[in-house]
Write a protein that binds this ligand. Sequence first.
Ligand SMILES: [Zn+2]
Length: 180
Amino acid sequence: MFESIKILVLNYSYEPLQFCSAKRGIIMVLSGRAEGIESNGFVVRSPSMSYPLPAVIRVLNMVRRKRKKGIAFSKKNILRRDNFTCQYCGNSNNILTVDHVRPKSLGGKTNWTNVVVACKPCNLKKGSRILKETGMRLKKTPSKPDCLFFHFSIPSSPESHLQIWQKYLPTNYFSKSLAN
Ligand SMILES: [Zn+2]
């Protein structure tokens, strides 16, 4: 069954890099390219050996990440950046949409610094007015994220793995991934 279990791979700096298959993770550790950081009682057995299955491994040589063009601007990524939370009222349970802080009709751009997550009620309340006229405030100034975790989502895994991984991943990212 362990084939379906994933291992969280950390960079030498303990920064999360990716998830890999249990098999690949074990090969990395046995070949000396990575070390097991945490395990939670799962054991892999073969006729010749048994090996505690790590939940987290850390590579022993720093992996230099290629800075790609950056995160694509999309509604999905705006939602992720804003933690699936309305940037006006802080609510995350209402139907969420995205809002142009400076309305398009007034020349507002569709970009990272002018588009935020808004719940339906806030979106309606704001309408096509500029913020100053509404008395509403942004929770934070929107900016282009450079968060690396945008590129992977948490694989479904045993609860014990999720608990361990939580220590190495940003809290809000983690909880939202689970909720989806
Ligand atoms: Zn709202």
